[in-house]
Write a protein that binds this ligand. Structure first.
Ligand code: SAH
Ligand code: SF4
Ligand code: F3S
Length: 451
C-alpha cells in the first residue's frame, strides 16, 4: 500500500538559525522517504511546512502574517487533496502549541523542536482525517540525527553535536524552546562524520548553541577538543563549528587552530556587548577583558583568522557609555563580520522584566553608528586578501550573473570568479578551485581562476 503522503508536493519555509536549517533537512529527508517530493513555491505545494524562529519579535510577527495570507493561495490544479495542508514547526511551534491553531484556524499541523519525528504521522492524520493535529513534547527522547536527511549540497554537511542550551542569557528565548543541552556521544559524531566523508562530503560544520560545552552532560567535563580531533581524523578537508560561547572557549580548543590543518581559519565568537555592566545583566558570565584575552590568544595561534561576532544594541538600560564600550571593543578587535541586532523583548525571559525608557531613536542611532563601523572593518579585513590566491569551494553561480561562479574561501568569504570557457558550473560545483583575488570588496572577493 502506498503511503498517504506519496506523490504529494511539499514546500518548506525556514527561518532562524542553522539548527532550524538542519532540522529542515531532516523534515525533507522524512517526507522524501515517504514518497513526497519537494517544490519551490507555495503555489505548487500540497503541503507547506514552516520551520519557525522566535529569537526576535520581527520573525514572530512575520510568521503569523505569512500563515494567515496562505488562506488566499489556491491549491494547485491536479492536487489529490481537497485543501492544502499547512504545518508549523520549529521554535514558535514549540512555544505556542495549541494557541497557534486558535489564532490561525486554517492551520492543520503544529509540532515542536523535540518531536520532529512525529511530523509524518501528524501530516498523515491531517490528510486522512482533517482537523487540527497538534503535538508538542517537553523534551527530546532521541537525537533528531537518527532521522533521514536531505542535504542542500552533497559536498557539505551540518552535524549537530549538541542540542538545547543551558546558558540562559537573560534576553534569550532559545533555552525555553530548545530545552536543556544534550550532547551526542563522541562515537556517534565520529561515525556520522566518517559516513559523510565516505559519501564525498568535504566540508563539515559542527553545530550547537554552545559547542564549547559539548560533553559536560555526558562526561562531566567539556570534550569539544576531542570532537574536533576525532572529526579531523576522518580526513574531511574543511572543518568548521558554530556557535562558541566565550565563557567556555578553552585553550585546548584554541591551540587546535594551529594544529589541525582542516580546521578553517574562521571563528564566530559572539560578544553581545563590550560593557561589563551589561554583560553581567545579560548573564553572559565573562568580562570584556576575558573576551579580549581570548582574541589575543586565538590570533597568536592563527594570525590570519577571520573573526566574527554577534552584538545586541539597546539591551534595557544600556547607556551611551555602555554602547561606547561595545563600539570600542569592535574597533579594537577588527572583525571580518558582525551580526548586529536591536534588542527585542522576549516574554518569559528575565530581561523582559527590566524597565527601560531609552527612546527608540537613540537605540537606532547607536545601531546605525555600529553598522557603519562594521562595514568599514569588513572592507578593511578583505583588503588583506587583495592579490592573494585563495582556495574556493564552489557552491553555484552568482544570482546576478550566471557567468560568475560563487564559492567560499577558508575564511568563509564569498568569492566570485568568471566560469572559464569550456567549463560548466555543474562540473565545478562541490570542487575546489584556486582564485587569484583582483578585487576585495566589503562583502566579497572577486578574481580569476588559476588552472
Ligand atoms: N547560541 C548562540 C546564538 C543564539 S541566537 C550564541 O549564544 O551565540 C543568535 C543571536 O541572536 C545571539 O547571539 C544574539 O546576539 C541574538 N539574540 C538573541 N536573543 C535576542 C534578543 N532578545 N534580542 C535581540 N537579539 C537577540
Ligand atoms: Fe541564547 Fe545565550 Fe544560549 Fe546563545 S548561549 S542560545 S544567546 S541563552
Ligand atoms: Fe531561532 Fe530557534 Fe534558532 S528561536 S535562532 S530558530 S534555536
Amino acid at each position: 500500500m502506498t503511503h498517504a503522503l506519496n506523490d504529494l508536493a511539499y514546500h518548506v519555509i525556514v527561518f532562524g538559525c542553522q539548527m532550524n536549517k538542519h532540522d529542515s533537512e531532516r523534515v525533507c529527508g522524512m517526507l522524501e522517504a515517504l514518497g513526497a517530493y519537494q517544490v519551490n513555491s507555495i503555489e505548487e505545494a500540497d503541503i507547506v511546512v514552516f520551520m519557525t524562529c522566535c529569537v526576535r519579535e520581527a520573525a514572530d510577527i512575520r510568521l503569523y502574517g505569512q500563515v494567515a495570507s496562505l488562506k488566499n493561495v489556491p491549491l494547485r490544479t491536479g492536487s489529490p487533496l481537497r485543501k492544502r495542508i499547512v504545518a508549523v514547526g520549529g521554535c514558535i511551534g514549540q512555544r505556542d502549541g495549541q494557541e497557534l491553531v486558535e489564532k490561525l484556524p486554517h492551520l492543520d499541523v503544529v509540532f515542536g523542536t523535540h518531536n520532529l519525528a512525529s511530523l509524518p504521522t501528524l501530516l498523515t492524520s491531517a490528510v486522512q482525517q482533517g482537523g487540527h493535529q497538534v503535538e508538542i513534547a517537553q523534551s527530546s527522547t532521541a537525537f533528531p540525527t537518527d532521522l533521514p536527511t536531505q542535504r542542500e549540497h552533497s559536498w557539505s554537511a551540518w552535524l549537530p553535536i549538541t542540542i538545547g542550551c543551558n546558558n540562559f542569557c537573560s534576553y534569550c528565548i532559545v533555552p525555553y524552546v530548545r530545552g536543556r543541552e544534550k550532547s551526542r556521544t563522541l562515537e556517534d559524531i565520529a561515525q556520522e562524520a566518517q559516513r559523510y566523508v565516505n559519501a564525498g562530503v568535504s566540508e563539515i560544520t559542527l553545530l550547537g548553541q554552545n559547542v564549547n560545552s559539548y560533553g559536560r552532560d555526558l562526561y562531566g567535563e567539556p570534550r569539544f577538543a576531542q570532537v574536533l580531533k576525532a572529526v579531523a581524523e576522518t580526513g574531511v578537508k574543511r572543518l568548521r563549528f558554530a556557535t562558541s560561547h566565550p565563557k567556555d572557549l578553552s585553550d585546548e580548543v584554541i591551540q587546535l587552530f594551529g594544529e589541525l590543518p582542516s580546521l578553517m581559519p574562521a571563528l564566530h565568537l559572539p560578544v553581545q556587548s563590550g560593557s561589563n555592566r551589561i554583560l553581567e545583566q545579560m548573564n553572559r558570565r565573562y568580562t570584556r577583558e576575558h573576551y579580549l584575552e581570548l582574541i589575543r590568544k586565538v590570533r597568536a595561534v592563527r594570525p590570519d583568522i577571520a573573526l566574527s561576532t554577534d552584538i545586541i544594541v539597546g539591551f534595557p538600560g544600556e547607556t551611551e557609555e555602555d554602547f561606547q564600550q561595545t563600539y570600542d571593543l569592535v574597533k579594537e578587535v577588527g572583525y571580518s563580520q558582525v551580526f548586529t541586532f536591536i534588542y527585542s523583548k522576549r516574554e518569559g525571559t528575565p530581561a523582559a522584566k527590566i524597565e527601560d525608557d531609552t527612546p527608540r531613536s537613540v537605540i537606532q542611532e547607536r545601531f546605525d553608528r555600529l553598522v557603519d563601523l562594521v562595514q568599514a572593518q569588513a572592507y578593511e579585513q578583505n583588503q588583506k586578501d587583495q592579490d592573494a590566491v585563495v582556495e574556493v569551494l564552489v557552491e553555484g553561480v552568482s544570482k546576478r550573473n550566471e557567468n560568475l561562479l560563487v564559492g567560499k574561501s577558508p575564511k568563509n568569504q564569498t568569492v566570485h570568479a568568471p566560469i572559464p570557457d569550456g567549463c560548466s558550473i555543474e562540473e565545478l560545483m562541490g570542487t575546489y578551485v584556486k582564485v587569484k583575488v583582483q578585487e576585495a570588496r566589503t562583502w566579497y572577493l572577486s578574481g580569476t581562476l588559476l588552472d
